[in-house]
Design a protein around this ligand. Structure first.
Ligand code: UDP
Length: 328
């Protein structure tokens, strides 16, 4: 059993990680300012409503809880918004992280798991992507995560802060029975939008069907949120056993097109997805697929869900419970 502080524990991936950490017997405290997360997502443990800019408040929480480690999710995540409000993204994602690391240093907490992203790679020249691919972000959001990863390199060297950065590919799905699921506002992610299109009958727009892929739509590596949450637990447990600072891709290693996701949603719901084909979305790389060998080999990670239809089925279970589904 370890005592873990989770920042951003009211968000999508954070809340699932809290839920599973507690199932593994760890003691969890959540810090979240609820600016983007939801209080109903806080899956037990104690909770402090705090913004990361409050270094003193964080230091107090860290000292009082005598934490073994921190899992740091709290950040803004909308790529499009980051191009309109870059200052906000750098202040919140980079400034907030520096404030947290300062509080950790003062409180003597030296193990950290950090939410990073495949967006640090931008538009890679080839796939699958291994962790040694160069940083080449194409948005302020991606750059904010690169900056924090770089800062963590220096803090390892000069502060003894040991960290694992997990570079997420496309998190999706829901952990059955958890009551937790994807509820971004506004929602921009493919799977919840596809399922909502089924519920409302309002078509989703497929962003481009003229890419050089087998059906012309973009390829992504969809990872189930429960499998992703387990990667965090393995990472913090490894750090607590003395593992060094490192970075890992989090994906299944399998790519799926937008049309394959739509077909999978049709298969699991037994209903048609209304869609229209629109323009490409600016900044969308055609193909993003992880090589996840490092995560599997070094941390012993094994995904429970590899099929997109299985993942979509868990997301559907959450979506259909959320609001009434109109008759077919
Ligand atoms: N996508 C789409 N229509 C939408 C939302 C997403 O066609 O309304 C596509 C998007 O272009 C990308 C994939 O679905 O190829 C996954 O997008 P999402 O925003 O879920 O995640 P991202 O890959 O941008 O992190």
């Amino acid at each position: 059993m370890a005592r873990i502080l989770v920042t951003g524990g009211a968000g999508y991936i954070g809340s699932n990680t809290v839920y599973l950490l507690r199932r593994h017997g760890h003691e969890v405290t959540v810090v979240d300012d609820l600016s983007r997360g939801h209080e109903h997502n806080i899956a037990g443990g104690s909770f402090h409503r705090l913004n990361l800019a409050d270094t003193g408040g964080l230091e107090r929480v860290l000292r009082e809880g005598r934490f073994d480690g921190v899992i740091h999710f709290a950040a803004y995540i909308a790529v499009g918004e980051s191009t309109q409000k870059p200052e906000l993204y750098f202040a919140n994602n980079v400034g907030g992280s520096i404030s947290l690391f300062t509080a950790m240093q003062r409180a003597g907490v030296s193990k950290l798991v950090f939410s990073s992203t495949a967006a640090v790679y931008g538009t890679p020249e080839r796939v699958p992507i291994t962790e040694d691919f160069p940083f080449a972000p194409v948005s302020p959001y991606g750059e904010s995560k690169v900056m924090v990863e770089r800062i963590l390199g220096w803090l390892d060297l000069y502060r003894g802060l040991r960290s694992v950065s997990l570079r997420y590919f496309n998190a999706c799905g829901a952990v059955p029975g958890s009551g937790l699921g994807e509820e971004h506002d506004p929602e921009t992610h493919l799977i919840p939008l596809v399922l909502r299109a089924i519920k409302t009958g309002k078509p989703i727009t497929v962003f481009g069907d003229d890419y050089e892929t087998h059906d012309g739509t973009c390829i992504r590596d969809y990872i189930h949120v429960g499998d992703l949450a387990e990667a965090h637990i393995l990472a913090i447990e490894a750090l607590l056993k003395g593992a060094p600072t490192d970075q890992f891709n989090c994906g299944t290693g399998r790519g799926r097109t937008v049309m394959e996701v739509i077909r999978a949603a049709e298969e699991v719901t037994g209903r048609k997805v209304p869609y229209v084909v629109g323009e490409r979305r600016a900044g969308d790389p055609p193909v993003l697929v992880a090589n996840s060998d490092k995560l599997r080999q070094r941390l012993g990670w094994k995904p429970q869900y590899c099929e997109i239809s299985e993942i979509a089925a868990t997301a559907w279970e959450f979506e259909r419970a959320r609001e009434p589904v109109p008759a077919a």
